[in-house]
Design a protein around this ligand. Structure first.
Ligand SMILES: Nc1nc2c(c(=O)[nH]1)N[C@@H](CN(C=O)c1ccc(C(=O)N[C@@H](CCC(=O)O)C(=O)O)cc1)CN2
Length: 290
């Protein structure tokens, strides 16, 4: 048996077609959504991701605002650009590409963002709204994973989910999404301090591997038929080639597997666009009422 593919590339393309129609409707009302990005430093992976985000914007009719700072930028330099994006009316939503260089206080930068323009759902106010089950932009990768499972009709209701990795962009927040009443899963968050990772993984109907450790999840860890989502990216510093967190042989055991590349990455980008469009629609609705 070989796992069925959780095709992030095709699913993201379908979502982008849907979003393009919504952007067109906004533009017909004189509203132009614009995504800003702030990239600090010269990490090749981050440069690629940001370039991809702007390519996506062009495809769906969202305007692009790109800000770049060198890796030597100070906390104050970064915060000045954040303030500028907060004030810029053409920028209806924006992201600060992570990770920021060593020595920068990331939480202070995120806190300074206008939560209404937070296209990543990573501002403390918006993460708090997620905890409180209030409407807010959702973190893009977790939301992309839920959407990928839904669109492939993988059963989430009642599923046992094991998440590996406790990072801010995925591990910490995906449990909040998957345990909402609408999803209704049971989630175990595993990390480097987890005593027997294999035991947790083997029980899971859905595994989300987001540890950033190449081929950490192996076929013997997977329950036959389980859905496996490979979020991790370990990049060879010389060749730039990507290795996921999931060993390729997992495909022989899993029922569903997200390829890497072509799985969760494109979904992350599609959900970013969805957050920008939703924020613009919400603002337009608020304008109408006002
Ligand atoms: N501010 C943020 N920073 C980071 C986030 C985030 O959601 N917000 N997530 C990751 C990186 N990321 C988005 O920024 C991201 C990662 C991967 C992809 C992607 O499309 N990957 C392709 C492969 C691309 C390649 O060949 O290198 C794929 O999986 O097919 C998009 C976005 C950390 N930082």
């Amino acid at each position: 048996m070989t796992a069925q593919i959780l095709d992030g590339k095709a699913t993201a393309a379908a979502i982008k077609t849907e979003l393009a129609a919504r952007v067109e409707a906004l533009r017909a009302r004189g509203i132009q959504p614009g995504l800003g990005t702030l990239l600090v430093g010269d990490d090749v992976g981050s440069q690629k991701y940001v370039a991809g985000k702007h390519r996506d914007c062009a495809q769906v009719g969202i305007a692009s605002i790109q800000r770049e700072l060198p890796g030597t930028a100070s906390q104050e330099d970064i915060e000045a650009v954040v303030r500028e994006l907060n004030e810029d009316p053409a920028c209806t939503g924006y992201i600060v590409q992570l990770p920021l260089p060593r020595g920068i206080d990331t939480n202070r930068v995120l806190e300074l963002m206008d939560p209404a323009k937070d296209a990543d759902g990573l501002h403390p106010t918006n993460l708090g709204r997620l905890v409180l089950n209030e409407r807010a932009p959702l973190p893009c990768t977790p939301n992309g994973i839920v959407e990928l499972l839904r669109r492939h009709k993988v059963e989430i209701d009642g599923a046992d989910v094991a998440v590996v990795g406790r990072g801010i962009t995925v591990g910490r927040s995906i449990g909040l999404l998957l345990t909402r009443r609408s999803e209704n899963a049971t989630v175990t968050l595993c990390h480097t301090g987890t005593r027997d990772l294999g035991e947790h993984l083997r029980r899971a109907d859905i595994v989300v591997a987001a540890a950033g450790a190449a081929h950490l999840v192996r076929p013997e860890h997977i329950k036959p038929g389980a859905a496996v989502l490979d979020v991790g990216v370990s990049r060879d510093p010389v060749t730039g080639k990507i290795a996921g967190d999931v060993h390729p042989d997992v495909a022989q055991v899993a029922g569903w597997l997200s390829p890497n590349p072509g799985g969760v990455g494109p979904m992350t980008r599609a959900m970013l666009l969805a957050n920008v469009v939703e924020a613009a629609e919400r603002a337009a609705g608020a304008d109408r009422v006002g």
